[in-house]
Design a protein around this ligand. Structure first.
Ligand code: ADP
Length: 404
């Protein structure tokens, strides 16, 4: 069985999935797993297609001290216990910088280029690159593909890509990149199958997870996004504030003596739903809470989705469909109902029964804008890109590339 391994590495976990390659290049998910608690309480967990547990093991802290060690642990488990030898590895890489507008086959030159973007995404890029380097070192002939969260947004016009700051900074890479691109690409692709006419028109997708953003898509291409230079901008998120006046940052640094690293921790970990509610970063807990600050946090979240929809509709010069996706978008009928109510002025109406059962189409037929719920699948997108690059290589001999 030929397989593709998909890797999504963060600071404290390495998530992985294995896809088998079926006839005509179709992919089937076989295993979902992760090594988490890196450097604290390492644990390998994995399950099969129907959620059946395959592994749940704890390790001593020194056995999995960093991301390469976690990658090694997952790789050894797959090879030695399951006899799985992937013919390629697809990686989620948060930043492709200004240049990469599509996935790329990795070599040492690509790694060196991607290292230059570490300063643009210091919390993610180093962890994304670590397993790439360890696979390159241990299995130099195993093809690896980098798939970027920024790539789908490289179609933005210059007016959308710039900040109003001196031009030299744009040349250095200080731009509005946009993120969650693999999710938006998957949604755009899926919409072209479920509603091909709408997919050619003006669509707003709301990716509402612990990270949250929205994207304006016209004829399958991204024209605008709520995120910018980093994944801090735009909507309020689990622990990030979203759009914030830079004057607040200056105030905290000058009046409260916060350093750059204090600021980084504050903006990435202490704000958003968690900071505003003082209760939790998890929407389920906020929905269950009686605390008025939890209610304020939800109200703020919904309000900002409404404001940002107006902005993105302006970028699109109209709106033909709206899509919810990711953890909150796929699972919270309450948030969807509130967002649709907020957007009633645009002509959205909700079918409450369909919304309650998380149907694919949740708008009523008397509304002018269809509203969809489409579960996202960034890992499948990465696997598809990896397979497609593998097959289109000038000398593609997948069997020779197998890790041994
Ligand atoms: P990420 O991939 O960015 O970590 P997800 O897309 O998995 O995030 O979304 C995680 C969030 O989804 C959780 O923090 C939680 O707030 C929210 N969520 C998941 N299920 C539900 C639900 N049934 N109701 C409300 N919110 C939910």
């Amino acid at each position: 069985m030929d397989t593709i391994l998909v890797v999504n590495a963060g600071s404290s976990s390495v998530k992985f999935q294995v896809f088998s390659i079926e006839g005509e290049g179709r992919l089937r998910r076989q295993i979902k797993g992760q090594v988490d608690g890196i450097g604290s309480r390492p644990r390998l967990r994995a399950s099969g297609t129907s959620g059946d547990p395959m592994a749940d093991r704890a390790y001593p802290i020194e056995a999995v001290a960093d991301v390469p060690a976690a990658m090694g642990l997952a790789g050894n488990w797959l090879r030695e216990e399951l006899r799985i030898h992937p013919i390629a590895v697809g990686h989620r890489v948060v930043h492709g910088g200004p240049d990469y507008e599509r996935p790329v086959l990795i070599d040492h030159g690509v790694v060196a280029r991607l290292e230059r973007f570490i300063s643009l995404a210091p919390l993610h890029q180093p962890h994304n690159l670590a397993p790439i380097r360890s696979v390159l070192a241990n299995f130099p002939s195993l093809p690896q593909v980098a798939c970027f969260d920024t790539a789908f947004h490289r179609t933005h016009a210059a007016v959308a890509d710039h900040y109003a700051i001196p031009h030299q900074l744009h040349a250095e890479g200080v731009r509005r990149y946009g993120f969650h691109g693999l999710s938006y690409e998957y949604i755009a692709k899926t919409l072209s199958q479920i509603a091909p006419d709408l997919a050619k028109q003006r669509v707003i997708v709301a990716h509402l997870g612990s990270g949250a953003s929205m994207c304006a898509i016209k004829n399958g291409r991204s024209v605008e996004s709520t995120m910018g230079f980093t994944a801090l901008d735009g909507l309020p998120m689990g622990t990030r504030p979203g759009q914030i006046d830079p004057g607040v940052v200056l105030y905290l640094m000058t009046e409260k003596g916060m350093s750059a690293s204090d600021m980084q921790n504050f903006l990435y970990r202490d704000c958003g739903l968690k900071g505003l509610s003082g209760v939790s970063n998890d929407m389920r807990e906020l929905e269950a809470s009686k605390d008025p600050k939890a209610k304020l946090a939800i109200d703020h979240f919904v309000y900002r989705i409404g404001l940002n929809t107006g902005m993105l509709a302006a970028a699109l010069q109209g709106l033909d469909a709206f899509v919810f996706t990711a953890g909150i978008g796929e699972n919270s009928a309450t948030i969807r109902a509130r967002v649709v109510a907020q957007l009633g002025w645009l002509g959205m109406t909700l079918d409450q029964t369909e919304n309650a059962r998380h149907a694919r189409l949740i708008s009523r037929s008397d509304g002018s804008i269809p509203v969809y719920v489409v579960p996202t699948d960034e890992e499948l997108m990465i696997a598809q890109h990896t397979l497609s690059l593998l097959m289109n290589r000038p000398s593609s001999h997948p069997q020779q590339a197998r890790a041994s």
